[in-house]
Design a protein around this ligand. Sequence first.
Ligand SMILES: Nc1ncnc2c1ncn2[C@@H]1O[C@H](COP(=O)(O)OP(=O)(O)OP(=O)(O)O)[C@@H](O)[C@H]1O
Length: 323
Amino acid sequence: MVQARGLTKTFTRKKETVEAVKGIDLEVGDGELVAFLGPNGAGKSTTLRMLTSLLHPTAGTATVAGYDIRTHPSEVRARIGYIGQGNAAGHSYRVLDELHNQGRFYSVPRATTQTRAAELLAALELTGLEKRSVVSLSGGQRRRLDVAMGLMNRPGLLFLDEPTTGLDPHARANLWEHILRLREETGMTMLLTTHYLDEADSMAERIVLIDHGTVIADATPAALKREYADDVVTLELTGEGGDIAERALSAIPALAASSEHTARPDGSVRLRLRSANGPDLVPPALRALEASGLTVASADVRQASLDDVFLNLTGRSLREDAA
Ligand SMILES: Nc1ncnc2c1ncn2[C@@H]1O[C@H](COP(=O)(O)OP(=O)(O)OP(=O)(O)O)[C@@H](O)[C@H]1O
């Protein structure tokens, strides 16, 4: 569905040059759900806008839905849906008029436009709001209308630029429910950008991590976490006599190399262990520690997150960046 090679975009404004995208390679297969994840200004939207043929690349090539974005932009546009940042619908129009205008824009026959608009309104829980002006809709309703507009031409490939930004958690979950159901029904390929780590983690089948205009990793969320981050297991240990930390590490020698410990004022020891699989590590570690006469007062497992992945790859946190 998408094949990009060396996609590059350099902006020049007021004699200042910004290398927004620096040679991105990308493949997206039929039916995949891929998320671009990265900090502000990483080049996610610029890449998306090039792939949708809205921006001309400075260098590089891409075919989208089988057509070259440079030589056949209108063929590309006819086959894709694009939901940009900010709302697509004009403020003063009515909901149904927006959908009909969109149908006209894509030269969808009039009767088909009407049935399709009604179907999409129902699918996105907007039925009953046909005559309302767009400005009177809630944030979640407006975003759902954007999705409906993006689907009026029945695209095989849908691009969504930060679809849920600015929505409250309930509206985010609701929008995702609709998007995923529509995807299941149509088999659509989806390529989206997001700031939300949890969203990328739970919704995307594949994550393309972008930083400073380049792809720094491209894999499933689970593979990224396995490869670039560890779970952290924290154990609070108490025990009579002797050096608790030394006894703990000799009880679990295989884990000693990936551990650090802190003595606490009350005489207990906090032991932190890094592991690719924290939940599996805990039961045997508890058995070994207790067999050596130590008491495990508490155990906590923090599983690796995509933020840990980004932090390990770049030295920066995506969370701080978003904040
Ligand atoms: N039209 C433009 N003119 C000049 N610079 C631009 C233009 N559009 C984007 N940029 C710059 O290109 C870089 C990449 O921007 P882009 O919007 O692609 O990032 P992003 O990863 O989508 O960020 P965000 O998550 O904040 O939307 C930024 O430094 C941005 O300021």
